[in-house]
Design a protein around this ligand. Sequence first.
Ligand SMILES: [Zn+2]
Length: 119
Amino acid sequence: MASDAKYIELKGQLLQDAEGHFREIQATYATVLKTQCQCGGQLEPVDHDFGKSGGMIYDSVIAKCRACGSTQSFQFPKEGFISEARSAMALRDYLQQAYGVDYAVMALNDLQTRSATRS
Ligand SMILES: [Zn+2]
């Protein structure tokens, strides 16, 4: 599989899109930290909301004010997230067709490796 050009291409695309999505997350967090609450307090990201509502995929950061405790949500730009999801599905479909491999297991291993090296 390591020498399969199609696999390498799809995997490369996924990593590139995942990187783009990661940068969007970083940018959104930076925006949250630069934004002040209505009371003038400092907002900080406390949660990451992600899911599907009424057919729309949403991805947002929940920020809480350190001073008054009120919360706000910041929407992510969706491009990186959608690209990453699309690439992940393309790779999964290909691996299932070509090798009968369940990509979910591999993706989990990848994510664990990624979060281990980044945190
Ligand atoms: Zn406040």
